[in-house]
Design a protein around this ligand. Sequence first.
Ligand code: NAP
Ligand code: MG
Length: 407
Amino acid sequence: METMEKIKMTTPLVEMDGDEMTRVLWGWIKEKLILPFVDLKTEYYDLSLLHRNATKDQVTFDAAYAAKRLGVAVKCATITPNRQRLEEYPELTELWKSPNGTIRAILDGTAFRAPILLPFLKPAVRNWEKPITVARHAYGDVYKAVDLRTEEPGTAELVFHGDSGRESRLDVQKVSGGAVWLAQHNTEKSIRSFSRSCFQYAIDTRQDLWFSAKDTISKIYDQTFKEIFQEEYDQRYRADFDRLGLTYFYTLIDDAVARVIRSKGGFIWALKNYDGDVMSDMIATAFGSLAMMTSVLVSPEGVTEFEAAHGTVTKHYYRCRRGEKTSTNPIATIFAWSGALRKRGQLDNLPRLSAFADALEDACLETLKAGTVTGDLAGLAEPGFACTVVDSETYLDAAAARLREKL
Ligand code: NAP
Ligand code: MG
């Protein structure tokens, strides 16, 4: 290996560095698992909180536009500041918005969350054998709704003022006492982008796509989602699906829930905003661990950003800063890197780079299967699984040794 020539890249990856424990892991992952083997090319953006603050968050925008330009990005978890963080970072001039929100808005992307499976972590649903990827629509509905509480008898109306001067009016309900009201919306453009990201990702990952909503009750709202998905499928994606032997279907959400539970996994489940919020947490929990969950943001044009689904693991960072060794699980962050390198390899026709990504993932999982694990996994493992809990660096060294043997 020492004499092996490092794997070449042609186009750089967009590298978005982050905060706290995941930033520490980021450095070790590069040093131990990537730089010794790959002649790494990245365009580096430091999205740590203080650098976002120093640049008035410009760095987040620059990183997102770089992703748009270069096509593939890898992102470290970042702090979304709240009031409490002001005590720790008094120099903050603003409570900067979530970088993920900013990047998602610029790329107009959809986040796909998928678990990484291990034989000694049994999903709560015993028949699940493959990952279930949840795609949540990230715009509108109840998240951009207005609501109202009224106390007296009366009538509510819904009025739309068209820019042309045309008005549409609808009686909502006449009530005889106190009531609560809600008006929500979505846009055709956003629904269409969502559907395109879903079809694109299904093609990229060679998985079937399911979409579910409640069109039997929501005869215009949810029906519109269903129609847009079907239109996009028929006009743009059906030929590719047929060629790859993939299936797209729409089904009522009640039916989808039953089918998901009875399934073996191995598909993408697209959901409206609220359904996706709830179902993604349920699926993640049923698969076992947030530390084993990856997240991929895909734009309708196919720009892809890879990250771990978890946050910056603050509590571990505080211990690390005091000089303690922590047993933080680096797997989801490593898989963000391998996902990005594999994608770069596919786009630039560099089979050695894609093969390296496979070897990296295999080496990391084999190390765990052989019993060298982080504390969170030991706690979740099936009874009888013989393992040794190690700190993050020891784990990464063991994975690097295995990777070296593979290359
Ligand atoms: P978190 O960082 O995901 O951590 C929550 C807890 O989950 C940890 O304390 C730890 O439990 C466990 N955990 C998560 N990842 C782990 C890993 N890799 N290995 C071992 N254990 C892991 O969530 P949070 O504490 O709510 O948020 C911390 C910061 O992250 C916040 O500032 C938030 O804004 C940010 N955040 C960023 C993103 C993102 O950039 N995508 C996403 C979510 C949150 P134990 O302490 O019990 O070991
Ligand atoms: Mg949720």
